[in-house]
Design a protein around this ligand. Structure first.
Ligand code: ATP
Ligand code: MG
Length: 340
């Protein structure tokens, strides 16, 4: 199988590991997806890289016509990607849509419909990356429904359809999950050995692997960030906390919430144990992409490997987990600042 090249910390590296996830893509390729599969996961865990690798597998091993959209991508060429077989249709849809670049999600859905109409009984894959921020959280459900319609009420007969949506906007998870329109799957940070392969590709002197693992919990984006700042822990934690406005957030909490948060830094499962009092706190921690609800570890609910059953060192509980140990550190530091 061809492993794609992804850019990582200014280098071009081969997509590493994620063996089970790639097997899962093959299963999707074999039978299509029903309903829409929505993949949530910690920020920077590798969702975009996974979708790009999925595109290559579906195209090359299963003959799918693939359209991929990432409306928030920094580089223009990454906003819309498609199989060469879809090029003509993409160009037509782009020229027929006023302001197409502002409506990338609609464009992608239209392209998939046109592929079905023009290339009868074909295999079509729609891969939507981070679309909920682009369409607005309040429209997340409507777009998932539109994607489901593509599967259930296609404009023409198709052979198979795969629809994958990736998001780190945990705040949409409940909204999207309450319908039968989507199956939610969670993708965790990288497993230790795969993560080590990335770590080893970084040039120059670096802290021992165990230390990097303990700090990042296997999150490739934060590995990248660490490397970029010359491995300064405080710098990464401060940037994370500042970006999320954690000091103000901690100040805004009630005394009970603050107390629960203090305990959650030691054990995130406190959030479940004190659920009734912690409901609003949990929503805010989810919205700020600090924690993630793990729920169940049944393999079919996960893309790739679920996290370990419990890993207090990494901030992983049975039901809730800090997105990475650094997220927990940023909260710990905001609690300290506001204690003085
Ligand atoms: N399996 C992998 N092999 C090699 N590099 C990877 C892998 N997974 C992720 N990366 C790299 O790690 C970084 C973060 O990954 P990526 O952007 O895919 O995360 P993400 O989950 O999409 O983040 P966000 O939540 O911000 O959308 C990127 O530089 C990406 O290329
Ligand atoms: Mg992404």
């Amino acid at each position: 199988m061809k492993r794609i090249k992804v850019s990582f910390a200014g280098l071009e590296v081969e997509f590493v590991d994620r063996e089970r996830a790639l097997e899962q893509v093959r299963e999707f390729g074999e039978r299509g997806t029903f309903p829409v599969y929505v993949v949530y996961g910690p920020e920077g865990c590798g969702k975009t890289a996974f979708l790009k690798q999925a595109k290559a597998i579906l195209e090359e091993e299963y003959g799918y016509h693939v359209v991929y959209a990432n409306p928030l991508a920094k580089k223009a060429e990454e906003v819309l990607q498609y199989s060469p077989s879809a090029e003509g249709i993409v160009k037509e849809v782009l020229s027929a849509t006023p302001d197409p670049w502002g409506k990338m999600v609609d464009v992608t859905i239209a392209v998939a419909g046109w592929i079905m109409k023009r290339l009868r009984r074909s295999r079509v894959a729609v891969l939507m990356d981070d679309i909920f921020q682009a369409v607005g959280v309040e429209n997340a459900e409507a777009y998932v429904k539109a994607l489901l319609n593509l599967i259930e009420w296609p404009p023409a007969e198709y052979d198979r359809v795969v629809v994958l949506v990736a998001s780190s906007e945990g705040v949409t998870r409940e909204r999207v999950g309450r319908h039968s329109w989507a199956t939610i799957k969670v993708m965790w940070n990288m497993a230790r050995e795969g993560f080590r392969q990335l770590y080893e590709q970084l040039p120059g002197p670096k802290p021992p692997f165990d230390e990097v693992w303990r700090l990042t919990g296997g999150n490739p984006r934060y590995l990248e960030n660490f490397y970029k700042v010359g491995w300064g822990v405080e710098e990464v934690v401060a940037a994370l906390g500042g970006g999320k406005g954690l000091v103000g957030f901690v100040y805004s909490l009630s005394d009970v919430e603050r107390q629960i948060l203090e305990e959650a830094v030691e054990d995130p499962d406190v959030l479940l144990k004190r659920y009734r009092e912690a409901k609003s706190l949990i929503s805010q921690l989810t919205e700020k992409n600090l924690i993630i609800e793990i729920g169940d570890r049944k393999p079919f609910l996960w893309i790739d490997q679920p996290p370990p059953e419990r890993d207090p060192e990494l901030g992983i509980g049975r039901y809730f987990a800090w997105q990475t140990p650094l997220h927990r550190e940023a909260v710990r530091s905001a609690l300290e600042v506001t204690r003085k």
